[in-house]
Design a protein around this ligand. Sequence first.
Ligand SMILES: [Zn+2]
Length: 451
Amino acid sequence: MYKTAPLKFIFIFLMSLLFSKKLFSQRYISSETIQMVQPTPTASPSCINESNAYKKKYSQQSFYIPKKNDPVITLKITIHIFKPISDSGRWQMDNNKLNGTAALSSMMDSITNGHQERYSAKRSATYAKDFNSPHIRDSKIKYEITNVYFYPEPNLYALYNDQALFEYIEKIDPKRIEEGMPLVINGSNGPGHLSSYKGAAAIVTTIGNGDPIFARSHLLHEIGHAFGLGHTYVNTSGGGSDWQNFGGACGSDDYLSDVFPNNNPACQNEGQATFKPTNAPCMSCFESSPDTSNNLMGGQRYNLWMSPLQMGRRIRSVHLNANAGRNLRQFVKDMESDHKNVWTISKSEGWDFDIQLYKDIVVKAGATLTVKCKVAMAIDGKIKLESGAKLIVDGGEITSWCKSGSWEGVQTPAIKKKKKGDKKVAPVYITVINGGAINKAKMQMPITTTK
Ligand SMILES: [Zn+2]
């Protein structure tokens, strides 16, 4: 909420009818004429991910490495359990000590609500023990369970067929598929894996034994895949290896230089790799028993180490729709925008990418932010323009991603009221062109449109 006095605008307000009468009963009422003009309702965005801003900054996992005061982002997860008609096998809707609801709830509790999923252990490894991977404890992402649904369906309980499971859930209630990232558990004994349904990430797994420590690291690992993380070990049976085939070989954008040490003396098993990246200058290698670490994406039981770059990739996954076909950010819990730790734009940038934000934006004096694609703000999020800064919505759209609230709007510098006979032209801060749109904002804004 604003603490400053209401700004006075001398501009004509070009408002969307969508902004509704509610707005006009709020603050920011100007004493000047308000002209209602409906901007083009649908944006015609140019989302090509080719700008320098995208390539050099916003597409980089390193850009998203969490800082101490960053907001905590919550991923919603919805549990779907297929079971036999009787309460037998895993999981049961009774008090069974190993397989009943209390055991399920304690397993899920170990990876949610800021327990093991949020905080990283320090690296410990059997190889390259002095490798310096900076330790960040708080990854700034936590998981939360929205609901647990049981489906007594003997056929689906034993079936290794993701599609059939998702379709069944959707048929019962389509909202269940959307309320959180689906974590589907049945008794098919197929390998636990990252799946997808209608372009969104989902996990399908069987948790077949009563080993809560294994279950915990297994679930954290599978959810790690949903964030776009690959294995630290060699990828011989699917799943993706970060060292091997994510296009993340040594020196490339997504390479995890803080997981795989250069000149690693433990490199001895590369022959196992089905495809070997050009790692020549680095001489790094995948983890291979007995040379293992406690990395979240390794295969060991007590793994709770996430490197800063892995954390960065995790946070990137809730900003960009970057995991083609397995998108995750639509499952983030609604939250208020961070008004203190803002994104500062100090040089002009053109945004030709679709981004979901958790912080306010400040455009510094003299800089221009041009939005050509889609920018979605969190609840009460603000874009603040300093004196002389500009916002151009060029065919793109600025809106809110939250279902339970709108964003605040674009805050422009206070402008002195015009006196009679004053011929000075007031500066233009916000320009909307080429069918661009500003939607779901609370504030009235002095917008100039060009046809
Ligand atoms: Zn895996």
